[in-house]
Structure formats: structure tokens, C-alpha cells
Design a protein. Structure first.
Length: 67
């Protein structure tokens, strides 16, 4: 299931800023924290990938056992 989100543009005299807001449900499900740093990667003209630089570990993935 996707979450439609509008791209917003604020134009000023000497600059412009583009905004894409996360729906609250996505931010909460991903356990985002205020001020967290992320990196945008352009996959192609249809896909923009958000990479978390310091993501919390997944609770679903099995931990590898050291032998």
C-alpha cells in the first residue's frame, strides 16, 4: 500500500525549496527520530530511494550466530 504525497515548492526571491513530507504512519513505522540524517539516492526518473545513515536494527531479521 502506498501513501500519496504532494511535492511542495516554496519560491523566494533568490532561491527555491522543495518539500516532500512523510505521512505520520510511515515515520512512526520506521521509528524515525527528530533530526535524523538521511541520504536521497536517485535510482531513475521514477524511483527516489531514501537511505538511512544510522537505522536501528531490524527486529524481524534473524541475528547471525557466531560459531
Amino acid at each position: 500500500m502506498g501513501y500519496p504525497t504532494k511535492v511542495q515548492l516554496i519560491r523566494r526571491k533568490k532561491s527555491e525549496q522543495w518539500y516532500i513530507n512523510f505521512p505520520s504512519a510511515i515515520a512512526q513505522a520506521m521509528d524515525f527520530e527528530r533530526g535524523e540524517m538521511v541520504e536521497w539516492i536517485i535510482e531513475d526518473k521514477e524511483q527516489l530511494v531514501l537511505h538511512r545513515l544510522n537505522a536501528p536494527p531490524s527486529v524481524l531479521k534473524k541475528k547471525q550466530q557466531s560459531e
